[in-house]
Design a protein around this ligand. Sequence first.
Ligand code: 6PG
Length: 477
Amino acid sequence: TTAQIGVTGLAVMGRNLARNFARNGYTVAVHNRTAARTRALVEEFGDEGDFIAAETARDFVAALERPRRLVVMVKAGEPTDAVIAEFAPLLEPGDMIVDGGNAHFADTRRRERELRESGIHFVGTGVSGGEEGALHGPSIMPGGSEESYASLGPMLERIAGKAADGTPCVTHLGPDGAGHFVKMVHNGIEYADMQLIGEAYHLLREVGGLTPARIADVFRRWNTGRLDSYLIEITAQVLSHVDAATGEPFVDVVLDRAEQKGTGRWTVQIALDLGVPVSGIAEAVFARSLSGHADLRAASRGLAGPTPRPLPEAEADAFADRVEQALYASKIVSYTQGFHQIAAASAEYGWGVDAAEVARIWRAGCIIRAAFLDRITAAYEADPGLVSLLSDAEFAREIGRAQDDWRAVVSAAVAQGVPAPGFAAALAYYDGVRAERLPAALTQAQRDYFGAHTYRRTDREGAFHTLWGGDRSEVDA
Ligand code: 6PG
């Protein structure tokens, strides 16, 4: 027998992806650098489907039907290059290498270009949903050639997570790095969602005066409404968990220094290069790095600030409702920014990414899955040329209704000295994009003053310079 697909790299994501293929009726060749892992997989899960255990790279490649479909599930970066270098010489034109790791899209573009010369399709593919998702149905974000998707698509559709309407959460996003780029922005949005949830929790605790257990109830309530999402659901679970060793709320015994593997940071780095304001995602990344600077925080602990005065118990529910509005509005802004970034990259690299499709495949399987994504899908389906999610009539109406509470929550955070950079940055973005005039005019004038950088006028075409050091007359630049 030959395998329809092969998976190399059998750490938890690779192993579960291989099992998912097997459970869906495919014969799966499995391979790992250390063969013990390959044997362990087949011993433990061999009865779930048809596996072919390959000890060597050569056996692995020989086990695959042609054109070969080879899924690489190793660490992003050098390990991926090493695996490609090992397998590419054993492959033939038409074969496909699917990289399912969290690769940087620029690496994916490079690898795709290099392998294309020998006729091998390199398919950089985002896979989201953690280990459970990989096993039961992840959201899958492939880039690469049309031809490769024609071959891989049906298999990916089988193993992908299914949205409530039954459609699989996978689509061909575009050539070369499009898939990994979309996955990267997914992770950036994931960071922003997590930060906003963190701020909501912090405010409910410090200003609302609620215990973690009560806050868990609030999140559970929110999860039945428009905030219905995986991250809200697990937040309620985490907040109601009690540490066995101490009897304290679990959240109180976890060290408050957030870590990151890099995809959120990349999102912001690349947004800077593209000139796209992703302030919500940026604040989320910076909040993680601030939390990690133990020395800085220790040295700053004595700085003056207001002592939060929790609201009277009778006002806690009303405050929680306002925080829900602030969270929802800020969430709309971070998705607006993320989709802007995808559109900008798509234009820059000629990918033709369909925003409605991106929202559609994020509805299930992935970490940011949420009821809210149905709405984004509908917004882009109704108007594929939508300049901004905020210009969708329904989102505009909703955020408009939320704004009073949103401002009240940001004000309360500022007044009581509770950091809410995500809420505040999102609100500043909202006020920035809707402003009739911005102080950018003054910035331009200053640039012209000190560096003759020139400016444009509101009333005439052209570039101008004022002779600031002379008689202050204006000249054509
Ligand atoms: C997913 C996750 C996954 C990973 C995160 C964690 O979509 O399944 O995003 O890719 O768990 O990248 O990222 P940090 O370690 O950077 O928080």
